[in-house]
Design a protein around this ligand. Structure first.
Ligand SMILES: [Mg+2]
Length: 247
């Protein structure tokens, strides 16, 4: 017993870990402005948007779309409408793949099965192919393809089945506590929290104790992946959490 998790599969959230979350910000703001124009309202205040966005990032729970619908469309109930209208704008333009993604995937290639596990439109396959990520992806757990969204455990279970791995031999890499770390951990996967995009800029110690490890980027991930505590070890405690890079 090495005390480390034996890792056979790793799943990556897309927005945050792979692509810049500002792609979603641009899309949702475009949809909000369209919906406001249809109601003869001026474009949304960017300053107020950032306040709500940062509040949601700091809290790590609660629906961002719901809060935006309430603030800018006057009704939380317009959350679904906002989601639908965001979809067509939600693209990942060239140059928005984080520069540490391909080096990380190349290092992991052949050592573990790799998947994406994300709430994204099915069209996300296009940028992943264009940017050279697709050849490294064995499992495509994309909500727009599978029909289930995180944090639903079904999407994680689907990814595990496709990878042929038990939860105890898998790790999820995501940038949110509510839709990545908590549901993955509840199923028994190891968890690495990537602190960029929708993650809080200054996470609390309590938040940092939730995943097995937290990193600012993917540069240390290939080594870190094989130094996570074994399932059943006191994961999430400061003593057992490997150094995940400077925080
Ligand atoms: Mg994300």
């Amino acid at each position: 017993m090495s005390g480390f998790r034996s890792v056979e599969a790793v799943f990556f959230d897309i927005g945050g870990p792979l692509y810049d979350d500002e792609n979603f910000v641009r899309a949702v703001l475009s949809a909000i402005d369209d919906l406001r124009a249809e109601r003869d309202l001026p474009p949304a205040s960017r300053a107020r948007f950032r306040e709500i966005y940062d509040e949601t990032r700091a809290r790590q729970h609660g629906s961002l779309r719901g809060a935006l619908a309430a603030e800018f469309l006057g009704d939380t109930g317009h959350r679904k409408l906002l989601h639908e209208r965001t979809g067509p704008y939600w693209t990942h333009p060239e140059g928005t793949l984080h520069s540490d993604v391909l080096p990380c995937l190349r290092e992991l290639h052949g050592r573990v099965r790799t998947g994406v596990l994300a709430n994204q439109e099915a069209t996300v396959l296009e940028p992943l192919r264009r940017d050279g990520v697709a050849p490294y992806v064995d499992v495509w757990a994309v909500s727009g393809i599978v029909g289930v969204e995180k944090p639903d455990p079904q999407l994680f279970a689907w990814a595990l089945r496709e990878a042929g791995a038990a939860a105890g031999n898998a790790v999820h890499v995501g940038n949110r506590l509510d839709t990545d770390v908590r549901p993955a951990r509840a199923l028994g996967l190891g968890t690495i929290w990537v602190l960029r995009g929708e993650a809080p800029p200054e996470p609390t110690q309590q938040q940092l104790a939730e995943p097995d490890a937290a990193v600012r980027d993917l540069s240390t991930l290939p080594d870190l992946l094989f130094r996570l505590p074994a399932p059943g070890a006191a994961a999430g405690t400061a003593a057992s959490r490997p150094e995940g890079g400077p925080l």
